[in-house]
Design a protein around this ligand. Sequence first.
Ligand SMILES: Cc1cc2nc3c(=O)[nH]c(=O)nc-3n(C[C@H](O)[C@H](O)[C@H](O)COP(=O)(O)OP(=O)(O)OC[C@H]3O[C@@H](n4cnc5c(N)ncnc54)[C@H](O)[C@@H]3O)c2cc1C
Length: 444
Amino acid sequence: MGKSIAIMSKRWTNWSGSFTTTPSEIFQPNSEKDIIDIIQKASNEDKVVKAIGSGHSCSLIAAADNGYLLDLQTNYQGIIHFDESTKQLTVKSGTSLQQIAEFALQNDCALDNLGTIVSQSIAGAISTGTHGSGITHGAVDQSILTISIITANGSLKIFDKRTNTEEFNLAVVSLGALGIISTVTIQLVANFNMKITTKNLDFDEMIAHIPKAYTDDYMRFWWAPHTNRVQYWEAHKTLDKADKISNWKFYLNDIFKGNFLHELGLWITSFTPKKIPTLNKLMYKMLLSKENTTVSNFLDAFTLPILVKQKVMEYAIPAEHTEAVLKEIRKVLEQKEHLVHMPIEVRFTPKNEAALSMSHGKKSCYIGIIAYKPFGKDINYDTYFEDIHNIYTKYEGRPHWAKVTYYSKEQLASLYPDWKEFDALKNKLDPKGRFLNDYLKRIF
Ligand SMILES: Cc1cc2nc3c(=O)[nH]c(=O)nc-3n(C[C@H](O)[C@H](O)[C@H](O)COP(=O)(O)OP(=O)(O)OC[C@H]3O[C@@H](n4cnc5c(N)ncnc54)[C@H](O)[C@@H]3O)c2cc1C
Protein backbone atom coordinates (compact mmCIF):
# COMPACT_ATOMS: atom_id res chain seq x y z
CA MET A 1 0.00 0.00 0.00
CA GLY A 2 1.51 3.36 -1.10
CA LYS A 3 2.26 5.63 1.88
CA SER A 4 1.17 8.62 -0.24
CA ILE A 5 -2.47 7.80 0.45
CA ALA A 6 -2.18 8.08 4.24
CA ILE A 7 -2.29 11.56 5.72
CA MET A 8 -0.67 12.44 9.01
CA SER A 9 -3.53 14.28 10.72
CA LYS A 10 -4.99 12.42 13.67
CA ARG A 11 -8.12 14.53 14.00
CA TRP A 12 -11.07 14.89 11.71
CA THR A 13 -14.05 17.18 12.24
CA ASN A 14 -17.36 16.92 10.40
CA TRP A 15 -18.80 19.74 8.29
CA SER A 16 -20.83 21.34 11.06
CA GLY A 17 -18.15 20.96 13.72
CA SER A 18 -20.62 18.96 15.83
CA PHE A 19 -18.08 16.19 16.41
CA THR A 20 -14.37 15.48 16.10
CA THR A 21 -12.97 12.00 15.79
CA THR A 22 -9.39 10.88 16.36
CA PRO A 23 -8.62 7.94 14.08
CA SER A 24 -5.21 6.34 14.31
CA GLU A 25 -4.76 7.06 10.58
CA ILE A 26 -6.67 8.86 7.85
CA PHE A 27 -6.31 7.50 4.32
CA GLN A 28 -7.17 8.98 0.95
CA PRO A 29 -7.36 5.88 -1.27
CA ASN A 30 -7.04 6.16 -5.06
CA SER A 31 -8.30 2.75 -6.10
CA GLU A 32 -10.26 -0.32 -5.10
CA LYS A 33 -6.93 -2.03 -4.45
CA ASP A 34 -5.97 0.70 -1.96
CA ILE A 35 -9.29 0.19 -0.13
CA ILE A 36 -8.79 -3.58 -0.02
CA ASP A 37 -5.22 -3.12 1.30
CA ILE A 38 -6.44 -0.76 4.04
CA ILE A 39 -9.15 -3.21 5.12
CA GLN A 40 -6.53 -5.97 5.18
CA LYS A 41 -4.17 -3.84 7.29
CA ALA A 42 -7.06 -2.97 9.63
CA SER A 43 -7.90 -6.63 9.95
CA ASN A 44 -4.28 -7.52 10.84
CA GLU A 45 -4.25 -4.78 13.48
CA ASP A 46 -7.85 -5.30 14.62
CA LYS A 47 -8.89 -1.73 13.80
CA VAL A 48 -12.32 -0.40 12.87
CA VAL A 49 -12.61 1.05 9.34
CA LYS A 50 -14.99 3.88 8.46
CA ALA A 51 -15.47 5.79 5.22
CA ILE A 52 -16.46 9.42 5.01
CA GLY A 53 -17.86 11.31 2.06
CA SER A 54 -18.32 15.02 2.65
CA GLY A 55 -18.84 14.68 6.42
CA HIS A 56 -22.27 16.30 6.39
CA SER A 57 -23.83 13.94 8.93
CA CYS A 58 -24.18 15.47 12.37
CA SER A 59 -24.72 12.11 14.09
CA LEU A 60 -21.61 10.12 15.09
CA ILE A 61 -22.29 7.62 12.30
CA ALA A 62 -18.95 8.29 10.54
CA ALA A 63 -16.71 8.53 13.64
CA ALA A 64 -13.60 6.31 13.64
CA ASP A 65 -11.87 6.81 17.01
CA ASN A 66 -8.62 4.79 17.11
CA GLY A 67 -9.57 3.20 13.78
CA TYR A 68 -8.90 3.91 10.14
CA LEU A 69 -10.81 6.67 8.42
CA LEU A 70 -11.11 6.57 4.63
CA ASP A 71 -11.66 9.95 3.04
CA LEU A 72 -13.14 9.03 -0.33
CA GLN A 73 -14.12 12.42 -1.73
CA THR A 74 -10.51 13.52 -2.24
CA ASN A 75 -9.08 10.86 -4.55
CA TYR A 76 -11.82 8.30 -5.07
CA GLN A 77 -14.43 10.17 -7.06
CA GLY A 78 -15.48 10.58 -10.69
CA ILE A 79 -17.54 9.12 -13.51
CA ILE A 80 -16.72 5.54 -14.53
CA HIS A 81 -19.27 4.89 -17.26
CA PHE A 82 -22.40 6.42 -18.80
CA ASP A 83 -24.79 4.52 -21.05
CA GLU A 84 -26.62 7.17 -23.05
CA SER A 85 -29.33 4.82 -24.28
CA THR A 86 -30.41 3.66 -20.82
CA LYS A 87 -29.34 6.83 -18.93
CA GLN A 88 -27.45 4.64 -16.44
CA LEU A 89 -24.45 6.25 -14.81
CA THR A 90 -21.75 4.45 -12.81
CA VAL A 91 -19.55 6.49 -10.47
CA LYS A 92 -16.94 5.98 -7.77
CA SER A 93 -18.46 6.18 -4.32
CA GLY A 94 -16.80 9.46 -3.31
CA THR A 95 -18.42 11.34 -6.22
CA SER A 96 -20.57 14.21 -5.00
CA LEU A 97 -24.24 14.66 -5.88
CA GLN A 98 -23.16 18.01 -7.35
CA GLN A 99 -20.81 16.27 -9.81
CA ILE A 100 -23.54 13.79 -10.71
CA ALA A 101 -26.20 16.47 -11.19
CA GLU A 102 -23.88 18.60 -13.34
CA PHE A 103 -22.93 15.57 -15.43
CA ALA A 104 -26.65 14.80 -15.84
CA LEU A 105 -27.36 18.38 -17.00
CA GLN A 106 -24.50 18.24 -19.52
CA ASN A 107 -26.03 15.06 -20.94
CA ASP A 108 -29.62 16.34 -21.02
CA CYS A 109 -30.58 14.16 -18.05
CA ALA A 110 -31.64 14.78 -14.46
CA LEU A 111 -31.91 13.11 -11.06
CA ASP A 112 -35.50 12.36 -10.13
CA ASN A 113 -35.17 13.99 -6.72
CA LEU A 114 -32.60 15.66 -4.47
CA GLY A 115 -32.40 17.06 -0.96
CA THR A 116 -31.58 20.68 -0.16
CA ILE A 117 -27.85 20.44 -0.82
CA VAL A 118 -25.63 18.46 -3.19
CA SER A 119 -22.25 18.48 -1.44
CA GLN A 120 -22.80 14.94 -0.16
CA SER A 121 -21.00 11.97 -1.68
CA ILE A 122 -23.33 9.53 -3.40
CA ALA A 123 -22.27 6.78 -0.96
CA GLY A 124 -22.85 8.98 2.11
CA ALA A 125 -26.23 10.11 0.77
CA ILE A 126 -27.59 6.63 0.15
CA SER A 127 -26.03 5.12 3.28
CA THR A 128 -28.12 7.44 5.46
CA GLY A 129 -31.32 7.45 3.38
CA THR A 130 -30.99 11.06 2.18
CA HIS A 131 -34.28 12.28 0.69
CA GLY A 132 -35.96 15.28 -0.90
CA SER A 133 -39.67 16.04 -0.96
CA GLY A 134 -42.42 14.69 -3.24
CA ILE A 135 -44.89 11.96 -2.36
CA THR A 136 -44.24 10.14 -5.65
CA HIS A 137 -40.50 10.85 -5.85
CA GLY A 138 -38.38 8.63 -3.66
CA ALA A 139 -35.18 9.26 -1.75
CA VAL A 140 -31.82 9.22 -3.58
CA ASP A 141 -31.42 5.49 -2.82
CA GLN A 142 -34.52 4.74 -4.92
CA SER A 143 -32.64 5.82 -8.09
CA ILE A 144 -29.84 3.33 -7.46
CA LEU A 145 -29.57 0.17 -9.55
CA THR A 146 -26.31 -1.39 -8.37
CA ILE A 147 -23.83 -0.92 -5.56
CA SER A 148 -20.56 -2.72 -5.12
CA ILE A 149 -19.26 -3.08 -1.59
CA ILE A 150 -15.80 -4.16 -0.47
CA THR A 151 -16.50 -6.40 2.49
CA ALA A 152 -14.48 -7.35 5.57
CA ASN A 153 -12.60 -10.21 3.84
CA GLY A 154 -11.55 -7.88 1.01
CA SER A 155 -13.90 -9.32 -1.61
CA LEU A 156 -16.15 -7.22 -3.80
CA LYS A 157 -19.86 -7.93 -3.44
CA ILE A 158 -22.32 -6.62 -6.01
CA PHE A 159 -25.89 -5.80 -5.02
CA ASP A 160 -28.14 -5.44 -8.07
CA LYS A 161 -31.73 -4.26 -7.79
CA ARG A 162 -32.71 -6.04 -11.03
CA THR A 163 -31.29 -9.50 -10.29
CA ASN A 164 -31.66 -9.78 -6.50
CA THR A 165 -34.09 -7.13 -5.31
CA GLU A 166 -34.50 -8.54 -1.83
CA GLU A 167 -30.79 -8.50 -1.01
CA PHE A 168 -30.34 -5.12 -2.73
CA ASN A 169 -33.07 -3.63 -0.54
CA LEU A 170 -31.23 -4.81 2.56
CA ALA A 171 -27.95 -3.26 1.41
CA VAL A 172 -28.74 0.05 -0.26
CA VAL A 173 -29.28 2.05 2.95
CA SER A 174 -26.53 0.38 4.97
CA LEU A 175 -25.33 3.06 7.46
CA GLY A 176 -21.80 2.09 6.40
CA ALA A 177 -22.18 -1.17 8.35
CA LEU A 178 -21.69 -3.71 5.53
CA GLY A 179 -18.35 -2.56 4.16
CA ILE A 180 -16.91 0.18 1.98
CA ILE A 181 -19.07 1.05 -1.02
CA SER A 182 -16.82 1.20 -4.07
CA THR A 183 -19.08 2.02 -7.01
CA VAL A 184 -22.69 3.02 -7.53
CA THR A 185 -24.89 2.83 -10.66
CA ILE A 186 -27.64 5.43 -10.79
CA GLN A 187 -30.69 5.57 -13.03
CA LEU A 188 -30.90 9.10 -14.41
CA VAL A 189 -34.12 10.39 -15.97
CA ALA A 190 -34.83 12.68 -18.92
CA ASN A 191 -33.95 16.29 -18.18
CA PHE A 192 -36.72 18.52 -16.82
CA ASN A 193 -37.20 22.01 -15.51
CA MET A 194 -39.42 22.82 -12.55
CA LYS A 195 -42.17 25.39 -12.25
CA ILE A 196 -42.08 26.51 -8.63
CA THR A 197 -44.86 28.37 -6.86
CA THR A 198 -44.45 29.80 -3.38
CA LYS A 199 -47.20 31.03 -1.08
CA ASN A 200 -47.23 32.79 2.24
CA LEU A 201 -49.53 30.91 4.66
CA ASP A 202 -50.40 30.94 8.33
CA PHE A 203 -50.28 27.79 10.47
CA ASP A 204 -53.94 26.83 9.93
CA GLU A 205 -53.58 27.34 6.18
CA MET A 206 -50.56 25.03 6.27
CA ILE A 207 -52.71 22.35 7.89
CA ALA A 208 -55.36 22.89 5.18
CA HIS A 209 -52.65 22.53 2.49
CA ILE A 210 -51.36 19.12 3.71
CA PRO A 211 -53.53 17.20 1.17
CA LYS A 212 -51.68 19.09 -1.61
CA ALA A 213 -48.72 16.82 -0.81
CA TYR A 214 -50.68 14.06 -2.58
CA THR A 215 -51.39 16.03 -5.76
CA ASP A 216 -48.29 18.20 -6.25
CA ASP A 217 -45.25 16.71 -7.96
CA TYR A 218 -42.95 18.11 -5.27
CA MET A 219 -44.08 20.01 -2.17
CA ARG A 220 -42.73 21.22 1.16
CA PHE A 221 -43.42 23.71 3.96
CA TRP A 222 -41.01 25.95 5.82
CA TRP A 223 -42.60 27.04 9.07
CA ALA A 224 -41.05 29.93 11.00
CA PRO A 225 -41.70 29.16 14.70
CA HIS A 226 -42.99 32.05 16.87
CA THR A 227 -44.38 33.84 13.78
CA ASN A 228 -47.37 31.74 12.71
CA ARG A 229 -46.00 32.09 9.15
CA VAL A 230 -45.26 29.28 6.73
CA GLN A 231 -43.82 29.22 3.24
CA TYR A 232 -45.59 26.71 1.00
CA TRP A 233 -43.41 25.54 -1.92
CA GLU A 234 -44.81 23.43 -4.72
CA ALA A 235 -43.07 22.39 -7.92
CA HIS A 236 -44.12 20.61 -11.06
CA LYS A 237 -42.01 19.22 -13.86
CA THR A 238 -42.17 21.37 -16.96
CA LEU A 239 -40.53 21.76 -20.33
CA ASP A 240 -40.86 25.59 -20.07
CA LYS A 241 -37.56 27.45 -20.33
CA ALA A 242 -35.78 28.27 -17.09
CA ASP A 243 -35.83 31.93 -15.96
CA LYS A 244 -32.52 33.74 -15.92
CA ILE A 245 -31.34 34.48 -12.38
CA SER A 246 -28.83 37.29 -12.19
CA ASN A 247 -25.69 36.60 -10.19
CA TRP A 248 -26.08 39.69 -8.07
CA LYS A 249 -29.64 38.72 -7.06
CA PHE A 250 -28.40 35.25 -6.08
CA TYR A 251 -25.59 36.71 -3.96
CA LEU A 252 -27.83 39.33 -2.40
CA ASN A 253 -30.71 37.00 -1.50
CA ASP A 254 -29.20 33.54 -1.02
CA ILE A 255 -25.71 34.32 0.19
CA PHE A 256 -25.86 37.75 1.88
CA LYS A 257 -29.39 37.72 3.35
CA GLY A 258 -30.01 33.96 3.54
CA ASN A 259 -26.68 33.09 5.12
CA PHE A 260 -24.61 36.05 6.31
CA LEU A 261 -27.38 38.28 7.71
CA HIS A 262 -29.20 35.32 9.22
CA GLU A 263 -25.99 34.04 10.84
CA LEU A 264 -25.26 37.49 12.28
CA GLY A 265 -28.80 37.61 13.71
CA LEU A 266 -28.40 34.12 15.15
CA TRP A 267 -25.12 35.08 16.75
CA ILE A 268 -26.58 38.27 18.30
CA THR A 269 -29.63 36.40 19.59
CA SER A 270 -27.37 33.79 21.17
CA PHE A 271 -26.77 36.53 23.81
CA THR A 272 -30.39 37.76 23.79
CA PRO A 273 -32.56 34.67 23.12
CA LYS A 274 -35.76 36.62 23.82
CA LYS A 275 -35.15 38.36 20.49
CA ILE A 276 -35.32 35.08 18.52
CA PRO A 277 -39.02 35.58 17.63
CA THR A 278 -38.16 39.03 16.25
CA LEU A 279 -35.29 37.55 14.25
CA ASN A 280 -37.57 34.82 12.88
CA LYS A 281 -40.16 37.43 11.88
CA LEU A 282 -37.55 39.52 10.10
CA MET A 283 -35.91 36.60 8.34
CA TYR A 284 -39.25 35.10 7.34
CA LYS A 285 -40.28 38.43 5.80
CA MET A 286 -36.95 38.83 4.03
CA LEU A 287 -36.48 35.25 2.80
CA LEU A 288 -39.72 33.29 2.73
CA SER A 289 -42.72 35.60 2.43
CA LYS A 290 -42.57 36.25 -1.35
CA GLU A 291 -45.37 34.76 -3.41
CA ASN A 292 -44.25 34.05 -6.96
CA THR A 293 -43.84 31.52 -9.74
CA THR A 294 -40.48 30.79 -11.32
CA VAL A 295 -38.98 28.16 -13.59
CA SER A 296 -35.52 26.68 -12.98
CA ASN A 297 -33.46 23.68 -13.94
CA PHE A 298 -33.86 20.70 -11.64
CA LEU A 299 -30.60 21.30 -9.77
CA ASP A 300 -31.33 24.94 -8.90
CA ALA A 301 -34.94 24.08 -8.07
CA PHE A 302 -34.13 21.43 -5.48
CA THR A 303 -31.14 23.06 -3.80
CA LEU A 304 -30.04 26.04 -1.77
CA PRO A 305 -26.61 27.28 -0.70
CA ILE A 306 -26.55 26.40 3.02
CA LEU A 307 -23.47 27.80 4.71
CA VAL A 308 -24.48 28.27 8.35
CA LYS A 309 -23.38 25.33 10.50
CA GLN A 310 -26.22 23.52 12.17
CA LYS A 311 -27.53 20.56 14.12
CA VAL A 312 -30.75 19.04 12.89
CA MET A 313 -33.19 16.48 14.25
CA GLU A 314 -35.51 15.08 11.60
CA TYR A 315 -37.86 12.10 11.86
CA ALA A 316 -40.03 10.38 9.28
CA ILE A 317 -43.61 10.20 10.57
CA PRO A 318 -46.27 8.08 8.85
CA ALA A 319 -47.79 10.72 6.52
CA GLU A 320 -51.30 10.35 7.94
CA HIS A 321 -50.04 11.80 11.27
CA THR A 322 -48.64 15.02 9.76
CA GLU A 323 -51.42 17.27 11.08
CA ALA A 324 -51.38 15.75 14.57
CA VAL A 325 -47.60 16.06 14.91
CA LEU A 326 -47.45 19.64 13.64
CA LYS A 327 -50.20 20.63 16.09
CA GLU A 328 -48.37 18.96 18.97
CA ILE A 329 -45.17 20.78 18.07
CA ARG A 330 -47.06 24.08 18.07
CA LYS A 331 -48.50 23.25 21.49
CA VAL A 332 -45.06 22.49 22.94
CA LEU A 333 -43.72 25.76 21.53
CA GLU A 334 -46.62 27.66 23.06
CA GLN A 335 -46.50 25.96 26.46
CA LYS A 336 -42.76 25.64 27.05
CA GLU A 337 -40.21 28.39 27.07
CA HIS A 338 -38.28 27.18 24.03
CA LEU A 339 -37.13 30.01 21.78
CA VAL A 340 -36.10 28.30 18.60
CA HIS A 341 -34.54 28.87 15.23
CA MET A 342 -36.35 28.78 11.93
CA PRO A 343 -37.33 26.97 9.84
CA ILE A 344 -39.14 23.82 10.84
CA GLU A 345 -39.02 21.93 7.57
CA VAL A 346 -41.88 19.64 6.50
CA ARG A 347 -41.35 17.27 3.55
CA PHE A 348 -43.08 14.23 2.08
CA THR A 349 -41.83 10.99 0.52
CA PRO A 350 -43.40 7.82 -0.89
CA LYS A 351 -43.02 4.38 0.67
CA ASN A 352 -39.45 3.19 0.33
CA GLU A 353 -38.36 -0.38 -0.39
CA ALA A 354 -35.00 -0.22 1.39
CA ALA A 355 -35.05 -2.12 4.70
CA LEU A 356 -33.42 0.67 6.72
CA SER A 357 -34.91 3.62 4.89
CA MET A 358 -36.70 5.88 7.36
CA SER A 359 -39.76 5.68 5.09
CA HIS A 360 -39.61 1.90 4.67
CA GLY A 361 -43.13 0.67 3.83
CA LYS A 362 -44.82 3.98 4.74
CA LYS A 363 -45.69 7.16 2.93
CA SER A 364 -43.89 9.59 5.19
CA CYS A 365 -43.76 13.15 6.33
CA TYR A 366 -40.29 14.26 7.45
CA ILE A 367 -40.29 17.03 10.03
CA GLY A 368 -36.94 18.61 10.78
CA ILE A 369 -36.07 21.04 13.56
CA ILE A 370 -32.86 23.01 13.60
CA ALA A 371 -30.33 24.53 15.98
CA TYR A 372 -27.74 26.69 14.28
CA LYS A 373 -24.15 27.16 15.40
CA PRO A 374 -23.62 30.81 14.39
CA PHE A 375 -19.91 31.41 13.66
CA GLY A 376 -19.26 28.03 15.28
CA LYS A 377 -20.94 28.91 18.61
CA ASP A 378 -22.75 25.98 20.23
CA ILE A 379 -26.23 26.75 21.54
CA ASN A 380 -27.76 24.24 23.91
CA TYR A 381 -31.05 23.03 22.49
CA ASP A 382 -31.20 19.62 24.15
CA THR A 383 -34.50 20.12 25.98
CA TYR A 384 -36.22 21.44 22.82
CA PHE A 385 -34.93 18.49 20.81
CA GLU A 386 -35.94 16.01 23.54
CA ASP A 387 -39.47 17.45 23.77
CA ILE A 388 -39.94 17.15 20.02
CA HIS A 389 -38.38 13.66 20.02
CA ASN A 390 -41.04 12.64 22.56
CA ILE A 391 -43.78 13.79 20.18
CA TYR A 392 -42.21 11.93 17.24
CA THR A 393 -41.94 8.70 19.23
CA LYS A 394 -45.69 8.74 19.99
CA TYR A 395 -46.31 8.49 16.23
CA GLU A 396 -43.65 5.85 15.50
CA GLY A 397 -41.31 8.44 14.01
CA ARG A 398 -38.09 7.05 12.60
CA PRO A 399 -35.02 9.25 13.06
CA HIS A 400 -32.86 10.31 10.10
CA TRP A 401 -29.64 8.31 10.37
CA ALA A 402 -27.47 11.34 9.74
CA LYS A 403 -29.11 13.56 12.36
CA VAL A 404 -29.78 13.79 16.09
CA THR A 405 -31.78 11.13 17.93
CA TYR A 406 -32.37 9.82 21.45
CA TYR A 407 -33.65 6.35 20.57
CA SER A 408 -32.32 3.21 22.25
CA LYS A 409 -31.25 0.12 20.32
CA GLU A 410 -34.43 -1.78 21.20
CA GLN A 411 -36.70 1.09 20.18
CA LEU A 412 -34.95 1.42 16.82
CA ALA A 413 -35.11 -2.28 16.06
CA SER A 414 -38.85 -2.29 16.78
CA LEU A 415 -39.45 0.42 14.15
CA TYR A 416 -38.03 -1.58 11.24
CA PRO A 417 -39.76 -4.86 10.22
CA ASP A 418 -36.61 -6.11 8.39
CA TRP A 419 -34.14 -5.14 11.12
CA LYS A 420 -33.23 -8.78 11.89
CA GLU A 421 -32.63 -9.56 8.20
CA PHE A 422 -30.29 -6.56 7.92
CA ASP A 423 -28.50 -7.62 11.09
CA ALA A 424 -28.07 -11.14 9.71
CA LEU A 425 -26.57 -9.83 6.45
CA LYS A 426 -24.25 -7.56 8.45
CA ASN A 427 -23.09 -10.49 10.60
CA LYS A 428 -22.54 -12.64 7.51
CA LEU A 429 -20.48 -10.00 5.66
CA ASP A 430 -18.70 -8.60 8.69
CA PRO A 431 -18.62 -11.24 11.45
CA LYS A 432 -15.93 -9.42 13.46
CA GLY A 433 -17.52 -5.96 13.30
CA ARG A 434 -14.71 -4.39 11.24
CA PHE A 435 -17.08 -1.58 10.14
CA LEU A 436 -18.83 -1.04 13.47
CA ASN A 437 -17.85 2.18 15.20
CA ASP A 438 -19.28 3.09 18.63
CA TYR A 439 -22.42 4.59 17.07
CA LEU A 440 -23.19 1.38 15.16
CA LYS A 441 -22.24 -0.85 18.13
CA ARG A 442 -24.77 1.07 20.18
CA ILE A 443 -27.60 0.39 17.73
CA PHE A 444 -26.80 -3.18 16.60
C1 LIG B 1 -26.69 21.53 5.32
C2 LIG B 1 -27.20 20.12 5.23
C3 LIG B 1 -28.30 19.85 4.43
C4 LIG B 1 -28.79 18.54 4.35
N1 LIG B 1 -29.90 18.32 3.61
C5 LIG B 1 -30.46 17.09 3.60
C6 LIG B 1 -31.67 16.83 2.89
O1 LIG B 1 -32.21 17.70 2.23
N2 LIG B 1 -32.20 15.57 2.99
C7 LIG B 1 -31.63 14.59 3.73
O2 LIG B 1 -32.17 13.49 3.80
N3 LIG B 1 -30.46 14.80 4.39
C8 LIG B 1 -29.87 16.02 4.33
N4 LIG B 1 -28.69 16.22 5.00
C9 LIG B 1 -28.01 15.06 5.59
C10 LIG B 1 -26.99 14.50 4.59
O3 LIG B 1 -27.58 14.19 3.36
C11 LIG B 1 -26.37 13.21 5.18
O4 LIG B 1 -25.65 13.57 6.31
C12 LIG B 1 -25.44 12.47 4.21
O5 LIG B 1 -25.08 11.25 4.78
C13 LIG B 1 -24.20 13.24 3.96
O6 LIG B 1 -23.39 12.60 2.99
P1 LIG B 1 -21.82 12.61 3.23
O7 LIG B 1 -21.15 12.27 1.95
O8 LIG B 1 -21.44 13.86 3.89
O9 LIG B 1 -21.72 11.39 4.23
P2 LIG B 1 -20.87 11.32 5.60
O10 LIG B 1 -21.53 12.18 6.61
O11 LIG B 1 -19.45 11.56 5.30
O12 LIG B 1 -21.12 9.78 5.96
C14 LIG B 1 -22.41 9.33 6.27
C15 LIG B 1 -22.39 7.82 6.47
O13 LIG B 1 -22.10 7.18 5.24
C16 LIG B 1 -21.00 6.31 5.40
N5 LIG B 1 -20.26 6.30 4.15
C17 LIG B 1 -19.82 7.36 3.42
N6 LIG B 1 -19.17 6.90 2.34
C18 LIG B 1 -19.21 5.55 2.38
C19 LIG B 1 -18.71 4.50 1.56
N7 LIG B 1 -18.08 4.73 0.42
N8 LIG B 1 -18.92 3.21 1.94
C20 LIG B 1 -19.61 2.94 3.08
N9 LIG B 1 -20.09 3.86 3.89
C21 LIG B 1 -19.90 5.17 3.55
C22 LIG B 1 -20.20 6.91 6.55
O14 LIG B 1 -19.35 5.96 7.16
C23 LIG B 1 -21.33 7.32 7.45
O15 LIG B 1 -21.82 6.20 8.11
C24 LIG B 1 -28.16 17.50 5.07
C25 LIG B 1 -27.03 17.78 5.87
C26 LIG B 1 -26.56 19.07 5.94
C27 LIG B 1 -25.37 19.35 6.80
